[in-house]
Design a protein around this ligand. Structure first.
Ligand code: 13P
Ligand code: SF4
Length: 386
């Protein structure tokens, strides 16, 4: 498992990272289960535990609410009674919860090293440079004409609070894999072009399904001069896609789909939209983790599915959610999100026992100067009907 180094942006929104104390190592599974349950009981309504679908079973079984990024953002914005929101997920999710929480609440990420490599692919200074260079290339970045902006920034929720703040301050909006099409529609009603970051695949897959031709999409490479584009390309584009990706979902291939279809001619494939376009085009269905669960669960008993997403969710579908179906991972080796995996039951226990003792570890604190504008972008998203 790789140990992720915290980016500067992440360091800004946290206190000191506190490592797991030795006394929380080498505990038996039973002892951890008993002590987590006891600490949770002692805290009662003072704590709410949110769990993303990629969390391990040993952790997610203690979640009060499970969901995809959108569902968990809504939960964070609405669970005003709890004093502590313990977010079993990754850094950008806990940051979003800290932006959306009620004033008296505190958000904790059990292991602060649980980041997201995709979110790290867009740094605020790179976005500022991109915005400036697109303006220099002739894209209207600051003027409204006939009631419409020239460029609207749209950021996937898998991004830092600083990126969300830039987007919020420039008339833009956040999206998740559930509402990307509705959010992009919202943005195109207000602007001629969209700059979509950090995941090029979610942007391309969503726009392609909305009927946007591929030749109206270009990729902005933040590591190239002028994003690697000619001004004419930027002028023609309806959608400018940031060159970012998920290292877990880009491992799925069409060769794997061909092999699955050979073995299970009646089987169906469902892929997360962070997969590449060829995989999503070759799949029968695509959607967020929540949609994957609903589609597989509601399919006829006895059906067969290959699922292109993180292995913990695929295993849960197979064993718990849809045991009357055959569910396999599209990648025979399974794709693990190593940063989601950092949140262990040991960390959860340490956090909860700390709260019982009046100690708060690994709190997420988004600085106020990012919070206001990032909230604008998140609130705009929460108001878009899906
Ligand atoms: P969902 O919002 O679909 O759960 O996706 C989050 C994520 O990070 C997928 O890699
Ligand atoms: Fe980030 Fe990919 Fe992990 Fe999702 S699966 S949290 S996008 S690295």
């Amino acid at each position: 498992m790789d140990i992720k180094l915290l980016t500067q942006v992440e360091k800004e929104s946290i206190g000191e990272r506190q490592p797991l104390p030795d006394k929380y190592l080498r505990l038996s599974d039973d002892e951890m289960d008993e002590r987590i349950a006891a600490a949770k009981k002692a805290l009662g309504d003072r704590v709410v535990i949110l769990g993303h679908h990629y969390q391990r079973d040993e952790v997610i079984k203690f979640a009060d609410f499970t969901g995809d990024s959108l569902k968990l953002s809504r939960a964070a914005a609405s669970k005003g009674t709890a004093e502590f929101i313990v977010f079993c997920g990754v850094h950008f999710m806990a940051e979003s919860a800290d932006i959306l929480r009620a004033p008296h609440q505190k958000v904790v990420l059990p292991d602060l090293a649980a980041g997201c490599s995709m979110a790290d692919m867009a740094a605020p200074d790179q976005l500022e440079i991109a915005w400036r260079e697109l303006g220099q290339m002739g894209v209207r970045t600051d003027a409204i004409e006939n009631g419409r902006a020239g460029l609207i920034p749209v950021t996937y929720i898998n991004s830092s609070a600083a990126i969300k703040a830039f987007v919020g301050a420039h008339g833009g909006i956040v999206c998740t894999s559930t509402n990307a099409a509705a959010v992009m529609e919202w943005a195109w009603e207000r602007g001629e072009k969209l700059l979509m970051l950090p995941d090029q695949h979610l942007g391309r897959n969503t726009a392609w399904k909305m009927g946007v031709p591929l030749d109206e999409m270009v990729v902005w490479d933040p590591n190239e001069m002028w994003g690697g584009l000619e001004p004419a390309q930027a002028a023609r584009a309806k959608l400018i896609l940031w060159k970012g990706h998920c290292s877990v979902h880009t491992r799925f291939t069409t060769q794997q789909i061909d092999a699955f279809r050979k073995k299970y001619p009646d089987g169906k494939v469902i892929a997360h939209p962070e997969c590449t376009l060829d995989v999503v085009q070759a799949a029968d269905e695509s959607g967020s983790t929540e949609r994957i669960i609903n589609v597989v669960k509601n399919s006829p008993s006895g059906s067969t599915w290959a699922v292109a997403t993180e292995i913990h969710l695929v295993n849960r579908l197979m064993l718990e959610v849809a045991p009357d179906k055959t569910v396999v991972t599209l990648d025979p080796f399974g794709c693990l999100c190593s940063t989601m995996f950092r949140v262990s039951p040991n960390h959860l226990l340490w956090i909860l026992e700390g709260l019982v003792e009046g100690e708060i570890h690994n709190q997420i604190i988004v600085p106020d100067d990012h919070k206001r504008d990032a909230k604008l972008a998140l609130d705009r998203m929460l108001q878009v009907p899906v």
